[in-house]
Design a protein around this ligand. Structure first.
Ligand code: S3P
Length: 441
């Protein structure tokens, strides 16, 4: 079967209610917390993607059983000290930075060396950002070229707490240290630039010894050694990062509307909505509910004819960090020059995404000025692509693939986009949902 898709036609108008798959960040965190709980935890709507299945396999290697029953996933936790650290364990984090980094925090008490490997994309990403602070707890590491996977972790019995300043706005770094803090004797202090806060919310829901103080720019977290974790039954809400592709598809399509049901709208994730609304959209939330500390709603979107350019406030960067590629497509349609700054983290994702954002836009005929950490996009409200565009060799970054599909369906042109299996890491039914929109009109 071919691993590329060809798109030659814009999508027709649609008016649909859809549901996208479960939130990836919450799915992986549910697995890790449940693996430490005493007894049986159940989830519904767990994202069944490669990143999440890699997390299930990782805990299996550590002696934690799980099973899928219809729409449920069940994990049989063996308590906070229940991991079986056999000799020569290798954990394959595949494409998942979240799994690879978060789990290291839990492995700092490993009695034997554990090897962490990943796919080609993950093997190009910086792991020193987590191993450096984790070393201070007392664990030791060996990394390829001092920074990359494969790495080896050797835990310690004598774990001391640390004080850590997280400056990048990385929830993966912050969460890894929170997990390690649950194992160390004493109080771990974290000052963290704002980033998604699902780990903290789950710690609080589980009554773990965490104290949180939120200031304008930074979060202050204190975490103590946990003695016991109760089982965590959880209905995973839908993923706003997956929803973002359908939000932008609707905004850019003619005379269309969409409702996306039951999406996690945690304010540390909704930067995409703020940015798109600043650019002239009117995206609204309805049926807003609280669920175990998270916020959930239906998202309503309508096509927009005239977009404004934006000078994107950098304080929205972390809450929209996974959505910039798709936001850039709105900037391509907007009147004027849009500016996005302070985005060096984008080049640390599954692919160098700032570079790929510029590449996709340039191949569409959109002018950009890019530096290491910023991009200016010269929008064209009348852009209508006629030429052939090929997208390949992008390290199978799922978000590059999905952004290209949305661009093809809304700007025209004849696109050939390689590596469609990239969607399996975060959103396996993405193309099926697109097909349903196209067919039932
Ligand atoms: C994630 C954090 C973000 C994000 C990633 C998921 C998480 O990464 O890009 O897709 O679940 O904690 P960083 O922490 O590296 O910013």
């Amino acid at each position: 079967m071919s691993n590329s898709i060809t798109i030659k036609k814009k999508i027709n108008s649609f008016n649909k209610k859809i549901e996208v798959s479960g939130d990836k960040s919450l799915s992986i965190r549910w697995i890790l917390f449940s693996s430490l709980a005493n007894g049986k935890s159940e989830s519904k709507n767990l994202l069944k993607s490669e990143d999440v299945l890699a997390a299930i396999n990782a805990i299996k290697k550590l002696g934690i059983k799980s099973e899928f029953k219809k729409d449920k996933c069940i994990i049989y936790g063996r308590g906070i000290d229940g991991y079986k650290y056999k000799k020569n364990i290798t954990i394959n984090a595949k494409n998942s930075g979240t799994l690879g980094r978060l789990i290291l925090g839990l492995l700092i008490n490993a009695e034997n060396k554990i090897k962490i490997i990943g796919d080609k994309s993950l093997s190009k990403r910086d792991f020193k950002r987590v191993t450096k602070p984790l070393e201070k707890f007392g664990a030791s590491f060996k990394l390829k070229n001092k920074k990359f996977l494969p790495l080896e972790i050797q835990g310690s019995k004598f774990l001391k707490p640390i004080s850590y300043f997280e400056k990048k706005g990385s929830a993966q770094c912050k969460s890894s240290i929170i997990f390690a803090g649950l194992r160390a004797n004493g109080t771990t202090f974290i000052k963290a630039k704002k980033s998604r806060n699902h780990t903290e919310i789950l710690c609080r829901y589980l009554n773990l010894p965490i104290k949180l103080k939120s200031k304008k720019k930074y979060d202050y977290i204190e975490i103590k050694k946990a003695k016991k974790i109760k089982p965590l039954n959880y209905n995973i809400p839908s993923d706003i990062s997956s929803s973002a592709f359908f939000i932008v598809l609707t905004l850019l399509s003619k005379n269309s509307q969409m409702t996306i049901k039951n999406v996690n709208i945690n304010p540390s994730r909704t930067g995409v909505i703020d940015i798109l609304n600043m650019m002239g959209s009117k995206i609204t939330f309805s049926n807003i509910k609280k669920y175990k500390g998270e916020k959930i709603a239906d998202i309503k979107i309508k096509s927009v004819n005239n977009f404004k350019s934006i000078n994107c406030p950098t304080n929205l960067n972390s809450s929209a960090i996974d959505e910039f590629l798709i936001i850039f497509l709105i900037a391509a349609r907007a009147k004027g020059i849009s500016k996005f700054k302070d985005l060096s983290e984008l080049n640390h994702k599954e692919s160098p995404r700032l570079d790929w954002g510029a590449k996709i836009l340039n191949s569409m005929g959109v002018k950009t000025i890019k530096t290491n950490n910023s991009i200016q996009i010269f929008g064209n409200p009348n852009l209508n692509i006629k030429k052939k565009i090929i997208i390949k060799n992008y390290l199978k970054d799922h978000r590059v693939f999905m952004t290209s599909v949305i661009a093809a369906l809304t700007f025209g042109g004849k696109w050939k986009i390689y590596d469609k299996d990239s969607i399996n890491s975060s959103f396996p039914n993405f193309l099926k949902l697109i097909k349903n929109l196209n067919e039932n009109n």
